[in-house]
Structure formats: C-alpha cells, structure tokens
Ligand binder design. Structure first.
Ligand SMILES: [Zn+2]
Ligand SMILES: [Zn+2]
Length: 154
C-alpha cells in the first residue's frame, strides 16, 4: 500500500515537534515513524521491534522512547490498556474504523460500519469540532470464549 503523501506529511509534523521540544532528530526515530506509517494495523512495542530488525536495527529502548514522543505529538494513539501489553496504531490514513476490545486478553480487532459512520459524521457540536473518532466495544474474543468453554467442560 502506497501512502507517500501522508508519509511526507507525518514526517514534517514529527520534525516540527522534535524541533519545538528540542529533541534530537535521529535517523532511528524517523525510521520508526516511517515503519509505522508504511504498515497497516495495530502493534505493540515488541512487535514493532521484531518487524524492524529486518530493515533497520533499533534497540527496544529507542522504540519505547520514540513511541512516547509519537504519542505526545498525536501521530499514534494508544488503545485502552486491558491486556499484558499496550497496543498502538497510527492516527493518519487509517480510515474511520472502530474497535472490539477483549476484556480478558486485551486483543483489539477492527470493524467498520457505514451506518455508525454516517450518524457520527452528521453529528454537530456547538463548541467542538470533530477531527476523527473511534468507538470501543468491550467483550470476550472468540479465542478466550473457546478457552473458557473448554475449561468448563473439563
Ligand atoms: Zn480474548
Ligand atoms: Zn484500529
């Protein structure tokens, strides 16, 4: 999937942010940003670390540190923290989708719904301008459901 325009855009946002906050503009930080924005879906720090080993070697500490910076300038978001590890996602160019969060294992799945989308886009607030949105539905994923059932049957 090619998203060259938005990649240049997010690089600029990150660069401006680093300048403003007087953080160093290291190639590692930009490599991490680029990796996040050229891949789809949700990830946690370790997944990102493992995926990046193939094309750009960065330490896990650098990943954690850069994720904090990207969160601070809103280029990524952190999903509600239910499971063992925090999961992240890029904020630009993801379309308007929602999330199903398993309250047992913390897994996050995506879904889209045109009806919800139309309803939310038609919603106007007097003193608030909506830029993007995401709903979270909580429940039990099929994997956990299966595990619970097999325990019950023992
Ligand atoms: Zn689950
Ligand atoms: Zn998502």
């Amino acid at each position: 999937m090619k998203e060259d325009n938005s990649l240049e855009e997010v690089k600029e946002i990150f660069s401006d942010y680093l300048t403003k906050k007087k953080h160093r503009k290291t190639p590692e930080r930009f490599a991490i940003l680029e990796h996040i924005y050229t891949h789809r879906g949700h990830f946690d720090a370790e997944m990102l670390y493992n995926m990046m080993q193939e094309d750009y070697r960065v330490s896990l500490a650098t990943i954690y540190n850069t994720l904090d910076l990207l969160l601070d300038c809103s280029l990524i978001l952190k999903h509600p923290f239910v499971g063992q590890t925090a999961q992240f996602e890029k904020t630009f160019g993801t379309g308007f989708h929602h999330h199903l969060v398993c309250s047992k294992c913390g897994s996050v799945k995506e879904f889209s719904d045109m009806k919800i989308r139309r309803t939310l886009q038609a919603k106007k607030f007097a003193s608030f301008e909506t830029t993007h949105y995401s709903l979270y539905l909580y429940g039990i994923c099929s994997k956990c459901r299966k595990e619970m059932n097999s325990k019950k049957n023992k």
